[in-house]
Structure formats: C-alpha cells, structure tokens
Design a binder for this molecule. Structure first.
Ligand code: TXA
Ligand code: MG
Length: 311
C-alpha cells in the first residue's frame, strides 16, 4: 500500500514532465501520457511505432472530466451507469472546446474514451488534472501486455517507468462501441457484447463479420505472436507448443494450459501471457485447441484468427 503510494507519486512526476509510462488496467497494460499534451502524445506514437492515423483511447476517472471533452447522449449515460468503470470503451463526439491534443484523434471529430476499473490506475487518474491517452503498451501490431514484465519486454529501457499493478484480470482489450451516430460495436473485447445488445435497438445492431476491420488498429495481422499458429488443433505435433483448455491425462513438456476446465475467463486471462511465453521459449510453431465461442470466447476467437494470419 505504502509502496503503491510512492509509485503513484513517481508516475505523476513522469506524466507531469510529458513522459510516457506503463499503466495497469483490468484489460491490458497501457502506454500512458497526458492526453492534453502534444509532446506526451507524440511520444506514445513514436514509442509504439504506431501510424499517426490510428487514434488513441483516452482514460478518465469520472464523468465530470469526460464532459469537458465530449458530447454525451442518453444511451451513453445508460451504458456508463451500468458498466463503467469496466472493460468497455465508447466513441463519442469531441467537443469543439476540448483540450485533447490533435495527435490523439489525428484531427478526427470523435474520441474513444474509457473508465478503467483497476484500482491503482483509478487512483492515479483521480490525482491528475488531465486524462490519460493510453493505447495498449505494445509495439504496433504485436500482442498486448498483461503485466509489468510484458511491457518491459516490448520497450526495454526506452520506457522510464511502469506502474506495477500485477496481472490484468481480464486479459483482453476493451470492447469498443461507437455512440456517435448509430450505435455500433467496432471491436469485440473483454466485455460480453450480449450485455450491450440488451440496451441497443435491434435495428441498429450490426453483426460483426469475422475479418471485417472496423477500427484502424485491428488489421488482419494484429495480435500476432510472431510464429505460425495452428487453430482448432486436436492433437500435438512434433516440436509444437500446444495450448490446452482442458486437463489431459498424458503429460508433455510442450503442453501449456490456458485452463484445466474450459473456464472462458481463465482462458482469456492466460492467453496473451502464454503466447508470449511460448514465443520466448523458442518454439517455432504453436497449436491451440478449439475455443468455445460463447461470451468473450467470441473475442478470443476473433484475436486468434487475426494472430494466425500469415506473418
Ligand atoms: O483495453 C483497452 O482498450 C486498452 C487499455 C490500455 O485501455 N487500450 C487499447 O488501445 O486497446 P489501443 O490503442 O491498442 O486500441 C484502441 C483502438 C484502436 O484500434 C483505435 O483505432 C480505436 O481504438 N480507436 C481509437 N479512437 C477511435 C475513434 N475515435 N474512433 C474509432 N476507433 C477509435
Ligand atoms: Mg492495441
């Protein structure tokens, strides 16, 4: 606790100096900087090697602050009250008077916003007088980080500070819904889309095609672990790493369990960490059992299909 306080103080110091830092969230770790600062946000793009045209998500701790930057509407308020803070991001109209740096939106008139639930980051946000722009803390197109070590893996010494908040409990990026015009889910994520569906008029609800790119940062080859992947595998082949979701009787040093009882939340939480571990251990091919599509299983399948695309 005491340690956390001094780390939050450190984080504030870096952020106030226009530096980027790693921050924990319940979805994945973010690479954060002052969203009102041109310099801090430019550094985010540079560090991530992210194309300028791919806008950033901005993180807030409360509605009052968000209202300074965005126009809100009734559907937003309903979803906000029910599901924020949590793994859901909203795309809203940017206010003309907003102080959000142009780098964040690349001149767009909309802004993606999120209220992270992770306690440490909530405490940090409450102490700042600006919101935090924070894309996932990985080099563009790679797997999102779910702990401090993963972030270090990505940026090494180039990143001066990472606020350590343990493992991300959800392990998948937030679900993004646009409320600018017709409500539309732009990215499947760590939030079960069925819950959102309840609040949206069916006539607006669009089914998302498996490979349709709805946001710039979700191209076909995103989320790649950097080695070929065999999906829906039933049995292990020689020299492969095999990712399993249910306990098997036989033992094999190449088995990696995402879950031992098909628990979908556990599978999600362990997925990115395991993909990273397998790549680091030097495996040249990776196989993974079929993942059920129910709930956030749909998101896991979405990510795996992208990750398995030709490198
Ligand atoms: O869970 C998360 O959302 C994590 C944590 C750190 O909050 N962040 C994250 O950010 O995944 P990022 O930058 O890796 O993905 C954000 C996605 C990108 O695909 C981007 O194109 C899209 O959001 N996006 C950002 N602003 C947008 C906007 N105004 N309209 C449509 N899409 C937008
Ligand atoms: Mg990302």
């Amino acid at each position: 606790m005491k340690n956390n306080l001094s780390n939050i103080k450190k984080a504030i110091k870096y952020l106030n100096n226009n530096e980027c830092i790693g921050i924990p969230t319940e979805t994945v770790y973010g690479l954060a900087g002052n969203a009102y600062s041109d310099l801090a946000t430019l550094k985010i793009f540079r560090l991530k090697k992210r194309p300028k045209k791919n806008p950033l998500i901005v993180h807030y701790s409360n509605l009052q602050d968000l209202k300074k930057d965005c126009e809100i509407n009734n559907l937003f308020l309903k979803l906000y009250k029910k599901y924020s803070p949590g793994p859901i991001s909203f795309v809203l109209k940017l206010k003309k008077t907003s102080k959000i740096s142009n780098n964040v939106t690349n001149g767009k008139k909309t802004l993606a916003v999120r209220f992270p639930k992770h306690q440490l980051t909530r405490r940090l946000l409450k102490k700042l007088n600006y919101p935090l722009a924070a894309p996932s803390a990985n080099i563009s197109k790679r797997i999102s980080p779910v702990c401090k070590d993963d972030v270090e893996d990505e940026f090494g010494k180039k990143l001066k500070f990472i606020l350590d908040g343990g493992r991300s409990q959800i392990g998948l990026e937030s679900t993004i819904i646009s409320l600018v015009d017709k409500p539309e889910i732009l990215r499947l994520g760590g939030f079960d889309k069925k819950k959102i569906k309840r609040h949206i008029d069916k006539k607006y609800y669009k089914k998302i095609g498996k490979n349709k790119i709805l946001v710039p940062g979700q191209g076909k080859t995103h989320y790649s672990p950097g080695i070929p992947m065999r999906l829906n595998a039933i049995n292990i082949r020689k020299n492969e790493a095999f990712l399993l979701i249910k306990k098997r009787k036989e033992r094999n040093k190449n088995f990696f369990y995402l879950s031992k009882n098909k628990n979908i939340k556990e599978i999600a939480k362990n997925l990115y960490r395991t993909l990273r571990k397998v790549k680091k251990s030097g495996y040249k091919v990776l196989a993974i059992e079929k993942i059920p599509k129910k709930g956030i299983g749909e998101t896991i399948n979405d990510r795996l299909i992208r990750a398995a695309k030709k490198l």
